[in-house]
Write a protein that binds this ligand. Sequence first.
Ligand SMILES: [Zn+2]
Length: 310
Amino acid sequence: MFLYIAGRGHSGSTIADLALTQDQAMTGFGELLSGLGRDGELCGCGLLASECEYWESIAKAGDLVSNSSNGESKSLLKALGSLLNHHSRIVRYPFYWVAPKRILSKVAGSYFLATRKMYDLALESASSKHVVESSKEVTRALLLLRGMDDVLIIHLVRDPAAMLASNMYRVSKGSGFRFMRRSFSSSSFRPLYVFIASFGWLVGNFMVEALRVYSKGNLVRVKYEDICDAPESFVALIEEKIDEPLPFALKFLNGEVGAKQTHGVAGNRERKKQEVRFDRKRAASRDGLKPWERFAVKIITAPLRWVYGY
Ligand SMILES: [Zn+2]
């Protein structure tokens, strides 16, 4: 099965991804769309993605889409990266949502072929049964649901105030505000960031909800807070969906063991640490919002916040 984590940034997707790839049955891509083909991108194993054996074998899927004759894994990964990113752009969402299936397979045929091939190669290379990806982009979730049969979309949501606090923590540290894969570093636009992040949470999560039309039960909504508070329920839910026990996922989320290294790319810095140990108490605690910011995020996100019980 292809497990795809969708949702907003700063919602805990790196932790969920890491947890789900701890068992032998599962392998993963990490945050594929942002990491694939990026120059100097490090794989979770510590090597450059272009020099890691796992990615070298997945790069073979690039033969389907690349015209370059040298077949070097670096350029194949780049070709795959630009194909997948091109079709996953947010502006394409409305078209892909309404397009009849026959048009969809014409327009995005090579996208589906490449995705399927990468999936097969990853399973083969890691001797696993399932692939996890945490790109989060909603258009990719839509395409996967409409174009592939064995997909499970994990819609990860998090309290918008906590999401905003995590965003603003980045800004106050000087790492900038991330929006549409760009980084904005000026902290004088902080009020604007608050509005963008809040509206982004509302609209972005609504767009994932709208995928239920196509999901045939293959979309589950998971709250990050529930993963922290009751990891056993989250793990049991996924185990039931894939019909496979995931003992290491639970041990990791319970903080009993550190994460073993995986081959995922991009994602939160946590992934690159030598041994990540998940501390669910600490994970829930960060704050630092100004009172008006907390008020603004609550008002803007109200419609879905009530539905989700935040
Ligand atoms: Zn690797």
